[in-house]
Ligand binder design. Structure first.
Ligand SMILES: [Zn+2]
Length: 370
């Protein structure tokens, strides 16, 4: 029987990534091409400052949010969105990803919502054929803009519905714009059957933002949410409810605080969240900007965060259960992916190869939950 290394084992696992910013997945060359296309002066060194792989200590660094802001201005035609989404699917395919729920920010785009949405839908169908990958869309509120812009985004979604559009999210800088400011947009989306998620308590911000997202806004899941562990009572409550927290092992405020990898397994909130029984789902966030990919995320969970290999099965299945796919699709894939995991696990040659189940499997009913 052939044996598999840990990276090869992980690459071959079918995986879902449900916290993926479309423009965080723009390749460096594509950014440079777009700049040339629209005659925007963009020296290569400046373009590289958005990409962690090219950033150097003391050199120019721009974060994921700066990259999104810059890229939306560079993407002026539907063809640009088609290209970017196709490349996202191609890269994800090479990382063994079978399913993506991707955020994009309609209020950052000059073109009408319906035009971009239709282009994305066409590309999704094409990518399904070419790469056997399923992609669904989450229009996301830019919280640096007004709550009225957010309502307008949801109104555009309602005026132009499509089954590939599953819900809404919120992202960008949280400091000045907590999720409650956007309650009207969330309420409107919920009334029309959309699922809800929100970036809350990122950047070390207070756990109250998670509480507000869940208790007041009624989100189905939380993106990041690390500070929740500072409130043990709420942590226990959300663990019991199985609320999914999409966590990003390659990119958090806390990694900068503890640059040594061997500190992560002791100090990082991701580790503490799992130990408290929270439903954590590893995701990429900003694929190329943060020099990561889905397989690398899983590998970091084992090699840097100290999870045992078998717990990847639980994470893999929890990512499916936390997705907004139809329940019958979730059940079918859960069975197939589970079988695939066990077949590959039997071929894995990796020490330590533990088999204790470390995480809780959150098997939840999705339809009709809200
Ligand atoms: Zn994010």
């Amino acid at each position: 029987m052939t044996t598999l290394t840990l990276p090869e084992f992980i690459r071959r696992l079918p995986k879902a990534d449900i916290h993926y910013h479309l423009l965080g997945g723009v390749r460096l060359n594509t950014m440079l091409d777009l700049a040339r296309k629209y005659q925007v002066d963009l020296p290569e060194a400046e373009a590289k400052s958005y990409y962690r792989a090219y950033q150097t200590p003391g050199g120019p660094r721009k974060g994921g949010i700066a990259a999104l802001t810059f890229l939306y201005q560079l993407m002026q035609e539907t063809a640009d969105y088609e290209r970017v989404l196709f490349e996202v699917a191609e890269d994800a395919h090479h990382s063994g990803v079978k399913y993506i729920e991707t955020f994009w920010n309609p209020s950052d785009v000059a073109l009408p919502y319906a035009e971009i949405n239709d282009a994305l839908v066409r590309t999704i169908d094409h990518c399904q054929q070419v790469f056997d990958i399923t992609i669904r869309l989450i229009p996301s509120i830019n919280r640096e803009k007004s709550p009225e812009d957010a309502v307008a985004m949801v109104e555009a979604m309602i005026a132009h519905p499509h089954p590939y559009v599953l819900g809404i999210g919120i992202d960008y800088k949280e400091h000045q714009a907590p999720v409650e400011n956007f309650w009207k947009a969330y309420r409107l989306a919920a009334r029309h059957g959309y699922k809800l998620t929100a970036h809350c308590s990122e950047f070390g911000l207070h756990w109250r933002n998670v509480e507000t997202g869940i208790e007041l806004i009624g989100v189905d899941r939380i993106d990041h949410g690390y500070s929740i562990i500072n409130n043990p009572e709420l942590t226990a409550k959300y663990a019991a409810l199985g609320i999914p927290f999409t966590v990003v092992p390659s990119n958090t405020y806390f990694l900068q605080q503890w640059p040594k990898h061997d500190e992560w397994r002791v100090k990082h909130p991701i580790r503490a969240m799992a130990e408290a029984g929270l439903n954590i789902i590893p995701c990429t966030d900003d694929w190329h900007m943060h020099d990561t990919h889905t397989s690398k995320c899983y590998q970091v969970m084992v090699e840097d965060f100290g999870f045992d290999v078998y717990s990847l099965k639980t994470m893999m299945l929890n990512s499916l259960y936390a997705s907004w796919l139809p329940q019958n699709q979730i059940e079918q894939w859960a069975e197939e992916w589970s079988r695939c995991f066990d077949e590959l696990f039997a071929q894995l040659d990796y020490q330590p190869k533990l088999s204790t189940k470390e995480l809780i499997l959150y098997r939840r009913e999705h339809n009709g939950k809200k």
